[in-house]
Design a protein around this ligand. Structure first.
Ligand code: NAP
Length: 255
């Protein structure tokens, strides 16, 4: 019988972008559910204190790993390190992401490349590497962090919208291949969440007012409100969910 709480005891999760915002909240909640967490960020070793303390409180382990996910060679080193340490990743959360705002006609190719490298290419590289191990074990969970811009085009964010649209499709493509092999691949698509990623928007009173007028719940989301749906998708209770892109958006897409 499946447990009536989300219990990830004995599981190891790898969370990208664990140093701040949504990824940090996901790491906290997964540890609260009993998982050990490997947290990836460009500078996470320098500021992992709270997460290590949180792990101690939860009776789990937190391991910070610095890696720049825009660099394929650094991802390879990360993968080699995990293999060398014989770590089996049961849950992969592809959360790290960046956004660059500028009109499409002047959006620089450097910004386009960087957004696509972190938000899409790294997700495929990590999913392929860990997905292969999960298939061998016949068990695993991959949760991608998409966006409401997986469904909509947005304004001034052509690279970001393209990357998040692709994440939704990649989630479905991997689910189609791996569902029968014991691997659940799903995505959570956040709406507007109060993090560094949306700091410019939060400071812009006019944009905030027009956003809030359009969001049925009429407030910013909190990172932990994304983290709990991720924990659910990582749990045994979500065993029949494959290829879903779940909006968690205060009703934004319903409008
Ligand atoms: P955030 O507060 O800006 O945090 C981004 C995280 O990604 C940080 O931990 C950062 O780590 C990591 N990161 C960025 N570049 C990296 C790189 N090159 N290599 C490794 N890690 C890197 O963002 P957030 O709002 O929490 O967003 C998390 C995810 O949710 C993203 O995929 C974002 O697109 C998505 N999302 C957010 C919202 C929102 O409203 N906030 C809405 C929809 C979707 P370091 O600081 O260590 O580099």
């Amino acid at each position: 019988m499946t447990s009536n709480t989300i219990n990830l005891t004995g599981k190891t999760a790898l969370v990208t972008g664990a140093s701040r915002g949504i990824g940090r909240a996901i790491s906290e909640v997964l540890m609260e559910c009993g998982a050990d967490v490997l947290g990836i960020g460009t500078s996470i070793k320098a500021r992992d204190g709270d997460l290590t303390d949180h792990a101690v409180r939860c009776g789990t382990a937190f391991t910070p790993i610095d890696a720049d996910l825009s660099d394929r060679a650094q991802i390879n080193s990360l993968l080699e390190g995990v293999r060398r340490d014989h770590v089996e990743v049961d849950i992969l959360v592809n959360n790290a992401g960046i956004i660059r705002r500028s009109p499409a006609e002047s959006h620089s190719l450097e910004d386009w490349d960087r957004v696509l490298a972190i938000n899409l290419d790294a997700v495929f590289q990590l999913s392929q590497a860990f997905g292969k191990q999960m298939i061998e074990r016949g068990d695993g969970k991959i949760i991608n962090i998409a966006s409401v811009l997986s469904f909509q085009g947005g304004i001034l964010v052509p690279g970001y919208a393209a990357s998040k649209g692709a994440i939704a499709q990649l989630t479905k493509a991997l689910a189609n291949e791996w569902a029968s092999k014991g691997v659940n691949v799903n995505a959570v698509a956040p709406g507007y969440i109060a993090t560094d990623n949306t700091a410019d928007l939060q400071r812009d009173a006019d944009r905030t007012a027009s956003l809030m007028a359009r969001i049925p719940v009429a407030r910013w989301g909190e990172p932990r409100e994304i983290a709990w749906p991720v924990a659910f998708l990582a749990s045994a209770q979500a065993s029949f969910i494959h290829g879903t892109v779940l909006p968690v958006d205060g009703g934004w897409l319903a409008r």
